[in-house]
Design a protein around this ligand. Structure first.
Ligand SMILES: Nc1nc2c(ncn2[C@@H]2O[C@H](COP(=O)(O)OP(=O)(O)O)[C@@H](O)[C@H]2O)c(=O)[nH]1
Ligand SMILES: [Mg+2]
Length: 249
């Protein structure tokens, strides 16, 4: 099984080397693909050095900051082209526990998509300001409600493990959102296509180094995006299985 961990980066010079080494160390099969949006702080240069040092590290340089949606779309395309069987998405800032990658590897044998969840075992978020936590928590309640009871408690999280055929089945060219909406959109499309989704609890800790790129417009985009998704599903544009695609339980 070829596993590629895709890490989007924008100004993560304090984190990128340590997170890459940690991901490589947790499993000898892990490969890392860093998708950097021309970070002004030189993250892309550090990524190139890591790739020169480790054959299991790859780098995708994008021309400029465009949000995580485009970075992940390009990163996923490259991971598919590199022959990944499993594609994992993970933040660079150590908010996602590296050890959970082992749990992902076990669960993905039975499921098509595994989600690291902050809101399935109570609320397992450490050190986030209360306002940020409320926005995230109630944003998820809202998304779940608007999206017809999608059975996922943490749809905005960015720590996930995909089987390659799910990403191929969704079709990245269909996917529109740029920020947190991207996380919701991908999971919603997978659910509507009938793929098997499993949430597993993670403890999410706020970053210690570097700064968050989250801002209000990203949250507002996501709030609007869920209505667009619901409309697309209502007119049959989401959830249709394309010819040749196997049905899933
Ligand atoms: N390539 C790329 N990565 C981004 C962009 N915005 C955020 N990231 C990365 O996405 C991950 C999550 O971003 P972060 O700022 O920590 O968001 P937060 O955890 O929600 O506060 C980190 O690895 C960031 O470096 C972007 O525009 N382009
Ligand atoms: Mg973060």
């Amino acid at each position: 099984m070829k596993k590629i961990v895709v890490i989007p980066t924008y100004n993560e010079k304090e984190n990128i080397a340590a997170i890459t080494e940690a991901v490589l160390a947790v499993d000898a099969e892990n490969e890392v693909l860093i998708a950097d949006d021309a970070s002004p702080d030189g993250t892309g240069r550090i990524a190139d050095e890591l790739a020169a040092e480790h054959p299991r590290v790859h780098v995708l340089h994008r021309p400029g900051k465009a949000g995580i949606g485009p970075a992940y779309r390009d990163g996923f395309r490259k991971a598919l082209a590199l022959g990944a069987d499993l594609i994992i998405q993970m933040d660079a800032d150590f908010s996602h526990p590296v050890d959970a990658l082992r749990t992902f590897s076990e669960l993905i044998e039975e499921y098509d998509l595994v989600l690291g969840s902050r809101y399935i075992d109570g609320i397992t978020v450490v050190n986030w300001p209360m306002g940020r936590l409320m926005l995230s928590y109630f944003g998820n309640v809202y998304a779940k409600t608007v999206l017809g009871g999608m059975p996922v408690n943490d749809a905005t999280g960015g720590f996930k493990c995909w089987r390659r055929d799910v990403i191929e089945g969704i079709g990245l060219d269909q996917v529109r959102s740029n920020g947190y909406g991207f996380q919701i959109e991908m999971t919603y499309r997978a659910w509507k296509l009938g793929y098997r989704i499993k949430e597993t609890p993670i403890i999410f800790a706020d970053r210690r180094l570097g700064t968050s790129k989250m801002h209000l417009t990203i949250a507002v985009e996501a709030l609007a995006m869920v209505w667009w998704l619901r409309l697309q599903a209502a007119i049959g544009r989401i959830g249709k299985r394309r010819a040749g695609q196997p049905a899933r339980a």
